[in-house]
Design a protein around this ligand. Structure first.
Ligand code: ADP
Length: 766
């Protein structure tokens, strides 16, 4: 899963990047093309809409003008005027009838009918409102009293009047009533009658016929009243047009504004968004036409037509926005499709390209993972010389280096393990929390552990107080070798192990744990014990006869066995002295064996060191005098008492001072110093003898040890004195050691003992 994510991640990141880089410009281009195309097309569409509206309004205008102008020039009515003028003075029925006949007989009416063309009605009256001629039989010779008549007659001034366009829903015909005064003969040219005809108009549906899909056209007058509308618009004759802003503009257009458009897209009553163009009737007559007329006619024409309602028609043309801009939408769609296809192509190309980049990276990743698992044999094929190829090459060489380094390390480790496993001592490695990190086979055997013990707490596995004590000794971390002995019961047998605990540090000196080395010294201990037992036995056996030898020699020397001569005395004195030496040696031997077996008995009483040292010096002084050695004692006025065995402490002084005198040549110096130092009593025995080399200072405390130097050996002795003294001092809770003598010459034996204060007398243990 993780592997998949890595590969896919890199690949798809590349794909995404490529897509973004190529797609964003394409999308911007598409949007720009859409915007610019729409903008360009907008002007075009606006022009089309306006010019179409203008064309149509001109056409409607032309049809009306045809009816009004061409069909009825006022001059043509003069012959009719002459005929009806006769009825104006005498308006009796017979006059009317004869006028009617005269009219019918003349070709004036025929001409008129021809001029009027298709019509619904013709009425001709005299100036008394009497109908002289009509196509409507019922009205003949009746009197007409209609507003149109009065308007046209206009008190004899004559006024041409044209009514509103009418529409007959039954016949579906448009008609226009035209009323014109009939003038009499010149020169007066007075109004002699009135002519009204209702001309049938050509179909306006041609004006509003829809030429394009979705197109709607309305023809309406200056009040917004519909004359004709394309069937889709849903408008009927005489309805008020839907008040779109374009329609409002058309209705309210200023006198000098004849066309306009609204391209904002307005939603119509049926919820379709449309754009509009409009135009209105231009001037009825242009100036040139007017100039050809007489001033009176000019006035009439302006008055009659330019202000009439039919002279101010408007045409509104609209198309749905979506259809108008269909081309732009189409091209935008094409661009978008193109974008989509190029996306797919980009994705495909990127996948192929990224494959080339990702595959080697995956190989490197796979090989790195193999190395992580410790497999170094996976070689990456180098397929190119570019960065990826270099990476693969570098990786291969790194792999090779690693392999040989790891090989060497493993070799070393094997060697080390073999060494550690083969040593006779048990070895355990623990971390700072006492968790076992490593156990060698010897340790397993000695401590009855197994490899399962790894990671467990050593103090829990080996329940041994001495070990816990080692573990808790803070100095074991600083002290390179903390040596101690621990005793264990192993398979029902007592086992004594010399244990060395050493800190195990990293290169910065940081403690990583502890190394425990366990050495089985059970056998050594047993032999030691046997030796001690033997010495003890022999000493005991020797002491009894020796005591009686010394006793009897003293007896003889005292003369109690009779007189002895000088020769005999001399021999006996030697026997006595040597026996005493032997007794001392045997005492030392017995002491040491008691000490080792723990059978030595120390008294526990308050004693005065000053008294003891003074007494012992007095005893020993003859020996010093014999060698002319200066023996000094430096003591403070008083020191607190110590708690212990007077005789044994005396033995320590005798030993140390005796050694000093023994090993110091004639005329030398031996000084003894006692001082109280805090809670401790500090004693020093300094001599001017040959001293003890530093490398032997530790060993001289071992029993029977004597310096290798022949001159010291010549002094005699058993090599037990220091060992006994050390044990006695330690049994008193003190410490005995040797330091450099005066300026590196001679020896300086020192020991400290804890002083007893009044309050801890009771606490002192045996
Ligand atoms: P010994 O009975 O041989 O004196 P000790 O245990 O008292 O036994 O001393 C052991 C050895 O230490 C001596 O044999 C001697 O070599 C050395 N030694 C002890 N004290 C001194 C000293 N003051 N100067 C030099 N060497 C000494």
């Amino acid at each position: 899963m993780k592997r998949l994510r890595l590969g896919m991640g890199l690949r798809w990141q590349l794909v995404l990047l490529f897509l973004l880089v190529s797609l964003i410009p394409l999308l911007i281009v598409a949007l720009f093309a859409h915007w610019a195309g729409k903008r360009a097309l907008k002007d075009e569409v606006r022009r089309n809409l306006v010019s179409e509206a203008a064309e149509r309004v001109d056409y409607a205008n032309y049809m009306i003008r045809n009816v009004i102008d061409d069909r009825l020039p006022p001059t043509r009515l003069r012959s009719i005027g002459r005929r009806i003028a006769s009825t104006n003075d005498d308006n009796g029925l017979s006059t009317l009838k004869s006028a009617n006949e005269a009219l019918l007989n003349s070709n004036g009416i025929a001409q008129l009918v021809r001029r009027v063309g298709e019509h619904r009605e013709i009425i001709i009256t005299n100036k008394h409102q009497q109908v002289i001629y009509t196509t409507n039989e019922k009205l003949l010779f009746e009197k007409i009293d209609e507003p149109w008549w009065r308007t046209a007659y206009n008190n004899g001034l004559g006024y041409r009047w044209i009514g509103d366009v009418e529409y007959d829903t039954e016949t579906q015909q448009y008609s226009l009533p035209v009323v014109t005064p009939i003038l009499g003969s010149p020169p007066e040219s007075k109004v002699v009658g009135v002519l009204r005809f209702v001309a049938l108009l050509p179909k306006f549906s041609d004006v509003v016929s829809s030429k394009r899909e979705g197109q709607e056209v309305c023809l309406f007058n200056q009040h917004g009243r519909i004359i004709c509308a394309s069937p889709d618009s849903g408008h009927q004759f005489s309805e008020i047009i839907e008040m779109t802003s374009a329609a409002g503009d058309a209705i309210n257009a200023r006198s000098d504004k004849y066309y306009g458009a609204d391209m904002n897209g307005e939603t119509d009553a049926r919820g379709v968004e449309r754009i509009y163009g409009w135009a209105r009737t231009t001037e009825w007559y242009n100036q040139e036409e007017l100039d050809q007329q007489t001033p009176t006619d000019q006035r009439r024409m302006n008055f009659q037509f330019n202000d009439q309602n039919f002279a101010n028609w408007r045409v509104l043309v609209s198309v749905p926005t979506s259809l108008a801009f269909r081309e732009v939408t189409k091209s935008t769609k094409i661009i978008l499709w193109f974008t989509l296809i190029s996306c797919l192509v980009v994705v495909a190309i990127t996948l192929v390209v990224s494959q080339r980049i990702v595959t080697p990276i995956r190989q490197v990743t796979g090989a790195a993972r193999a190395i992580g698992r410790g497999e170094f044999d996976q070689e990456i094929p180098v397929t190119s010389s570019d960065e990826v190829g270099i990476l693969a090459e570098e990786f291969n060489s790194m792999r090779w280096n690693l392999k040989s380094a790891v090989g060497k390390l493993t070799e070393e480790e094997k060697k080390m393990t073999a060494i550690v496993n083969s040593i006779a001592e048990g070895l355990i490695l623990v971390d700072p929390n006492n968790r076992i990190l490593y156990i060698n086979p010897a340790a397993e055997r000695l401590l009855d552990l197994s490899q399962d013990s790894i990671n467990k707490d050593i103090t829990e596995l080996i329940r041994n107080d001495e070990l816990i004590q080692i573990e808790q000794t803070p100095s074991k971390n600083e002290d390179a070798n903390f040596v101690s002995e621990i005793t264990l019961i192993h398979h029902d047998e007592k086992l004594v192990l010399r244990t060395i605990a050493s800190p195990f540090l990293d290169e910065n000196g940081q403690t990583l744990g502890t190394v425990y080395l366990f050495d089985d010294i059970t056998r050594e201990k047993e032999i030691d014990q046997m030796k001690s037992d033997f010495i003890s036995l022999v000493s005991h056996e020797l002491r009894t006869p020796l005591t009686s030898i010394i006793g009897f020699v003293s007896f003889i020397l005292d003369g109690k066995a009779g007189e002895i001569n000088d020769k005999q005395r001399n021999s006996l004195v030697r026997v006595h002295r040597q026996s005493k030496r032997l007794a001392a040696l045997i005492n030392d031997l017995l002491d040491i064996s008691r000490i080792e077996s723990g059978r030595i008995q120390m008294e526990q009483a308050p004693i005065s060191i000053l008294d003891i040292v003074a007494q012992r010096i007095d005893e020993i002084r003859p020996q010093a005098d014999e060698k002319s050695i200066q023996l000094d004692l430096t003591v403070p006025e008083s020191v607190p008492q110590i708690f212990g065995d007077e005789a044994r402490m005396g033995q320590v002084f005798t030993n140390l001072i005796g050694n000093a005198i023994k090993f110091t040549p004639n005329n030398g110096e031996v000084s003894v110093k006692v001082e109280a130092d805090g809670n401790l009593l500090h004693v020093e025995v300094i001599d001017t003898g040959p001293g003890i080399p530093p490398e032997e200072r530790q060993k001289i405390f071992d029993k029977f040890y004597q310096l290798s130097d022949i001159s010291t050996r010549q002094q005699g002795g058993s090599g037990l004195g220091l060992s006994i003294s050390k044990s006695i001092v330690e049994a008193h809770g003190g410490k005995l050691w040797i330091d450099d003598g005066n300026q590196g010459k001679g020896s300086n034996f020192q020991f400290v003992l804890p002083l007893v204060r009044e309050d801890d007398n009771t606490k002192r243990e045996a």
